[in-house]
Design a protein around this ligand. Structure first.
Ligand SMILES: [Cu+2]
Length: 205
């Protein structure tokens, strides 16, 4: 092999290495970017949720048997078939602006609860047929000095999911997995005196 030919093949080898290196680094940076993007979306979601929790002044996330399920169910809320339901309040009437919500059994649900009213409200999802039991238990909580801290959420198994008390002008996302069993599940506000007026039905089908 002549000196020139040898130099040529060395050059070819170096160029090949450079091209391969460039291709590999483009592929790698692409996947890193994709990873970072997904991670940003995820962390933004966490930050938003955490802000809402602190803005509602929840000191203890395990209030009422860890039924404030913000953190546990974040994973399910990120599924593509998650159902988002907007729910507001009819100002000054102690009523939600919807009396019926329909969800799919076993699917993730996010109830985006806007408290556009001038007083505190919450939202609890209950076992079918348990509205009176839970409502009366909530009324009795007026005598409990820790009731505000407990968010007026009765400590009963019939309470499936619950938001904390939501301040006027605040929004709370109640994230949960819909029951597997079809049926009519009451939703209700248990702030003192509200439950008889402020209620609706979540139909699971
Ligand atoms: Cu209310």
């Amino acid at each position: 092999m002549g000196k020139k030919r040898f130099q040529k093949s060395i050059m070819r080898f170096i160029i090949l290495c450079l091209v391969l290196g460039a291709v590999v680094s483009v592929i790698l940076s692409g996947s890193v970017m994709a990873y970072e993007k997904a991670d940003n979306v995820k962390s933004a979601f966490y930050t938003e949720i955490n802000n809402e929790v602190s803005s509602n002044d929840i000191k203890n996330h395990s209030v009422g048997h860890a039924r404030i399920m913000v953190h546990e169910d974040i994973g399910s809320a990120m599924k593509s078939d998650t159902l988002f339901v907007e729910l507001g309040v009819i100002v000054g009437q102690m009523k939600y602006d919807k009396t019926r919500i329909t969800v799919k059994a076993g699917k993730a649900v996010v109830i985006v609860f806007h408290n556009n009213d001038v007083m505190l409200h919450n939202i609890l999802i209950l076992e079918p047929g348990s509205l009176d039991q839970v409502g009366m238990a909530a009324d009795k909580m007026v005598a409990d000095p820790d009731a505000m801290e407990k968010g007026f959420i009765p400590d009963l198994d019939a309470v499936l999911h619950a938001s904390p008390l939501v301040n006027p002008g605040n929004t709370y996302r109640l994230i949960f997995t819909a029951p597997e069993k079809a049926g009519e599940y009451p939703f209700v506000c248990t702030f003192p005196g509200h439950w008889r007026m402020m209620q609706g039905v979540m139909k699971v089908e």
